[in-house]
Design a protein around this ligand. Structure first.
Ligand SMILES: [Zn+2]
Length: 340
C-alpha cells in the first residue's frame, strides 16, 4: 500500500499577486510542484481530488464570524485581510478545498485506506487563528483535520509537528488549552514572523506541557533542527502515544527560500520525514502531511518529492548526538513535562 496525495485545481486560482505584485505565495508554486511530481510518477502515490470542506467543518476550529467574513470578502471580489494576506473571488473556493483535502486525507488514513499521505493544496493554514486569518492563511487546514479526527473519527490523541520555518501560531492557539493535541513547532525565532512561539510558551491550563515551541536562530542548519526533532520532539510525541500524526509541512526553512534565514537542505526534509515516519510506524498509527509554506517553487518541488519518497521508503533515519546548548536548554524546559 502506497500513499495518498490530495490536490485540487482550485488551489491554482487563489492569487495574492493580483493585489500585491511580487507576493511570494503564487499559483506557480503548485504548478511547478505538480509538474515535478508528475515527471516522477507521483512517487507511486494514489492521487485523489480534495473535496470542498463544509462550513461546519471550518467551524470545528474557526468562529462563524471569521468564516462569514472571508466568504463575504471573496464574494465581493476580494481585497486585503492584512498587509500580507489577500483574497480574490476564487480564494474562498480554494480555501474550502484546502481544508477539505486535509480532512479527506485524515478520514482516509483513519479508515485504514493508507498509512501515509500528503495534501498539496493552497492557501496554507497554520497561521490562521480561530477568529483571525493572517500570514497568507485563511483557514487552518491542519487544525481542522486534527479536530475532525478527534470529534468525528474516534482519535483520542493527535500529534501535530509543524516544521515550517514560521511558528504555527494559529494551530498553537487552537489547541493551547487542550491535552488531546500535542503541538510541536520548530521555527526561526528572534522576533521573526509571526513573533510567537517562545520556548517558555508550553500551553496553558489543562494544555500546559502539550505545546512544544522550539525557536532556533536565523542561520540554523539541519544539525540543530534534527537534534531538536530527535531528542526533544520525538521522545515527547512517543510518550504522548498519538493515534494520528500530522505534519504542518512547510519547506521555507530551506537555505534557498527567499523569506527566511534557516539553512536546511532538501535532504534535511527527507531526514525529518524519516524520523516522523519511524515514530508513526513504531506506534502503528497513520501519518498525514499538509502543505504550508515554501516560496522558491523549484526548491519546494524537490523538497516535497524528497519528503514523499522518505514517507514510503525503507531507509532508516540517522541518529545523531544532541547538538549544542539549544538542545540542552530545550530539554530542561520540555523535560519538565515529558520523559526525554
Ligand atoms: Zn512559513
Amino acid at each position: 500500500m502506497s500513499g495518498l496525495y490530495f490536490h485540487h485545481a482550485s488551489s491554482l486560482e487563489h492569487d495574492p499577486s493580483v493585489h500585491m505584485p511580487g507576493h511570494p505565495d503564487t499559483p506557480e508554486r503548485l504548478l511547478v510542484l505538480e509538474a515535478h511530481l508528475q515527471a516522477a510518477g507521483w512517487l507511486g502515490f494514489e492521487r485523489r481530488q480534495a473535496p470542498a470542506a463544509e462550513e461546519r467543518q471550518l467551524e470545528l476550529i474557526h468562529t462563524r464570524r471569521l468564516v462569514e467574513h472571508i466568504r463575504a470578502m471573496c464574494l465581493a471580489g476580494g481585497g486585503a485581510i492584512d498587509p500580507d494576506t489577500f483574497v480574490g473571488e476564487a480564494s474562498y473556493r480554494a480555501a474550502l478545498h484546502a481544508a477539505g483535502g486535509a480532512c479527506a486525507l485524515t478520514r482516509a488514513l483513519l479508515a485504514g485506506e493508507a498509512r501515509v499521505g500528503f495534501s498539496g493544496t493552497r492557501p496554507s493554514g497554520h497561521h490562521a487563528e480561530p477568529d483571525r486569518a493572517m500570514g497568507f492563511c485563511l483557514f487552518n487546514n491542519v487544525a481542522i483535520a486534527a479536530e475532525l479526527a478527534i470529534r468525528e473519527l474516534g482519535a483520542r490523541r493527535v500529534f501535530i509537528l509543524d516544521w515550517d520555518v514560521h511558528h504555527g501560531n494559529g494551530t498553537a492557539e487552537a489547541f493551547r488549552r487542550r491535552s488531546d493535541v500535542l503541538f510541536a513547532s520548530i521555527h526561526q525565532g528572534g522576533g521573526f514572523y509571526p513573533g510567537t512561539g517562545a520556548l517558555q510558551d508550553v500551553g496553558s491550563g489543562a494544555g500546559e506541557g502539550y505545546t512544544i515551541n522550539l525557536p532556533v536562530p536565523a542561520g540554523s542548519d539541519e544539525q540543530l533542527w534534527l537534534s531538536l526533532l530527535e531528542h526533544i520532539v520525538l521522545p515527547a510525541a512517543s510518550a504522548f502515544a498519538p493515534e494520528l500524526v500530522l505534519i504542518s509541512a512547510g519547506f521555507d526553512a530551506h537555505r534557498a527560500d527567499p523569506l527566511a534565514g534557516a539553512r536546511l537542505e532538501t535532504e534535511s526534509f527527507a531526514e525529518m520525514a524519516r524520523h516522523v515516519r519511524d515514530l508513526a510506524r513504531r506506534l502503528d498509527v497513520p501519518l498525514g502531511a499538509v502543505l504550508e509554506g515554501g516560496y522558491q517553487p523549484a526548491v519546494l518541488a524537490e523538497c516535497v518529492q524528497a519528503t514523499l519518497a522518505a514517507l514510503v521508503d525503507e531507509q532508516p533515519a540517522c541518529s545523531a548526538a544532541p547538538e549544542g546548548l539549544l538542545t540542552s536548554r530545550a530539554a530542561a524546559q520540555i523535560g519538565r513535562y515529558w520523559p526525554l
